[in-house]
Design a protein around this ligand. Structure first.
Ligand SMILES: Cc1cc2nc3c(=O)[nH]c(=O)nc-3n(C[C@H](O)[C@H](O)[C@H](O)COP(=O)(O)OP(=O)(O)OC[C@H]3O[C@@H](n4cnc5c(N)ncnc54)[C@H](O)[C@@H]3O)c2cc1C
Length: 469
């Protein structure tokens, strides 16, 4: 076993980077293990949207806001389902974290902060991001981290995959084991922080922890839940899997790989919704162009297998904007070639290819066409009724709720100590970031910034306080 580190940080992503920086700046001996060949973690994937009340940026814009208001607003959007201790810690430390990022050179995108974007709106303008999404945050943190690594104040070991927590006879954590390209290694340390991210890229663990939700994930491939599994082996409490909400909506690039989820561009804010959505019974189930993303996500969540089918015809394919992020020509070329992009001469044939009851689909389309003619969709209230679905060939996209975040995670106290099965903290073991579970930091709703902001803030405060707690 090598070293006797003050802090062993598992992961160098959104939580691990600020943690290592702040701990090293305070003179702690920091060892950081990262499974990937680079630092950054989910920041390469993330939209990088963060939120805080009481920032200098808000003050410059004359926005009056407070952590208490942020707390109330977040619980309002999340229907009161965010862990109160964790939310309190988030709102009380978010502004200091964003001010610190700005001291390090972070530049908020023009026009930010806003009240809402992509998720349900806050009551005031506290939501922001950088021009280059998550990478803007990485580009802010990495120079400071690099300097400390080069100065020998952070011992960063890339391609070191942590596997196990080492404990003493009384169950206190005293070190970790990891696998490396050169075999297994063991390190001793006074404190271990799990900042190893979520488990949305581990289909087996997903099934074990979140069995009712089919996985179609778009996540960092290193989000394998290693930290969760190791802490569970010590009896740590893992909960929150029921607080799942899907992202609306996506499809599997590869039918046999649940980690190959990709987004469809369906937001009525970004694109007019010409098509209709039906469920596996061939029936509409929502207002397709409803302005609330929360409404759209929850409508899809309730459908069998979290599945839906976008139905359109030749005229719509020619006139409407692309439903994928591909160039329009590539998007059209997918139909008939990709298992999720189906093309048929008739509606009945389309139903057969999509495994939908043909009579129901024909009836649904006929009802919709009558609504278009009447200019009013009495049943579902769709607003954009520009064109009937009537001209073959007909097209369908097999879509489903997509996962970017894992809901279940480690229970922690207000000092971010991991709670064991006896209800008491496991000595010397801490956690920060998505390993706490999205359900704990954001409830069962997408509250703007409430995954990335706590990851950054909790990493920062652990780096600042770990040795004094
Ligand atoms: C597409 C997408 C968009 C998102 N957009 C937003 C957003 O706008 N706002 C928001 O609040 N949230 C957003 N999120 C979520 C948010 O970005 C993440 O929850 C957050 O970045 C997680 O931070 P983390 O430090 O816990 O994990 P990560 O940033 O993933 O860091 C974990 C690190 O640990 C490493 N690691 C894993 N296992 C091991 C191991 N065994 N040993 C050593 N190292 C290991 C990983 O390689 C990784 O570098 C988004 C997520 C996705 C996927």
């Amino acid at each position: 076993m090598s070293g006797n580190w003050d802090v062993i940080v598992i992961g160098a992503g959104s939580a691990g980077l600020p943690l290592a920086i702040r701990a090293a700046e305070r003179g702690a001996r920091v060892l950081q293990l990262e499974a990937d060949y680079r630092v950054g973690g989910t920041l390469y994937w993330s939209s990088g949207q963060i939120a805080a009340a009481g920032t200098r940026l808000q003050q410059q814009h004359g926005i009056d806001d407070s952590p208490d208001e942020h707390y109330r607003d977040a619980q309002r959007i999340a229907h009161g389902r965010i862990d109160p201790t964790v939310l309190r810690l988030t709102v009380d430390n978010a502004a200091g974290t964003i001010d610190w990022l700005m001291d390090l050179g972070f530049k908020p995108a023009p026009g930010t902060p806003v009240a809402g974007e992509a998720h349900e709106a806050y009551s005031t303008r506290r939501y922001l991001w950088g021009a280059n999404k998550g990478i803007s945050i990485l580009e802010t943190l990495k120079p400071a981290h690099d300097r400390l690594v080069q100065a020998g104040r952070i011992d960063l070991r890339l391609q070191h995959r942590f596997t196990t927590l080492v404990t003493d006879a009384r169950g206190a954590v005293t070190g970790v084991r990891a696998t490396t390209p050169n075999g297994e290694v063991e390190f001793a340390g006074k404190n271990v922080v799990l900042a190893s991210g979520g488990y949305a890229a581990n289909p087996t663990l997903w099934k074990a922890l979140t069995p009712r939700v089919p996985l179609c994930s778009h996540a960092n491939p290193y989000s394998r839940g290693d930290g969760l599994q190791a802490a569970r082996q010590l009896g740590a409490v893992v909960d929150g899997s029921e607080k799942f909400l899907c992202t609306f909506a996506g499809f599997l690039e590869k039918a046999d790989d649940p980690r190959s989820g990709n987004f469809l561009a369906l937001s009525p804010g970004a694109r007019k919704v010409w098509e209709i959505f039906v469920n596996s019974a061939g029936r509409r189930f929502m207002q397709e162009d409803h302005p609330s993303i929360d409404y759209r996500e929850r409508s899809l969540l309730q459908q069998k297998g979290m599945q839906m089918f976008a139905i359109l015809d030749h005229g719509i394919l020619q006139n409407a904007a692309s439903m994928t992020l591909d160039a329009p020509a590539d998007y059209k070329a997918r139909f008939g070639r990709h298992p999720c992009f189906v093309k048929a001469k008739t509606l009945s044939e389309l139903a057969k290819k999509l495994d939908l009851p043909a009579a129901n689909l024909r009836r649904t389309v006929a009802d919709y066409n009558r609504a278009v003619e009447a200019g009013v969709d009495r049943k579902w209230g769709k607003q954009f009724l520009i064109r009937r679905i009537e001209q073959g060939p007909f097209y369908g996209i097999r879509a489903q709720g997509i996962t970017v975040l894992s809901p279940a995670g480690l229970k922690v106290d207000r000092e971010l100590r991991v709670i064991g099965g006896n209800g008491r903290p496991i000595p010397n073991l801490y956690a920060a970031g998505e390993v706490l579970g999205f359900g704990r930091t954001s409830g069962d709703a997408f509250v703007g910034g409430l995954s990335l902001t706590p990851a950054l803030a909790f990493g920062k405060i652990l780096g600042e306080r770990l040795l004094s707690w």
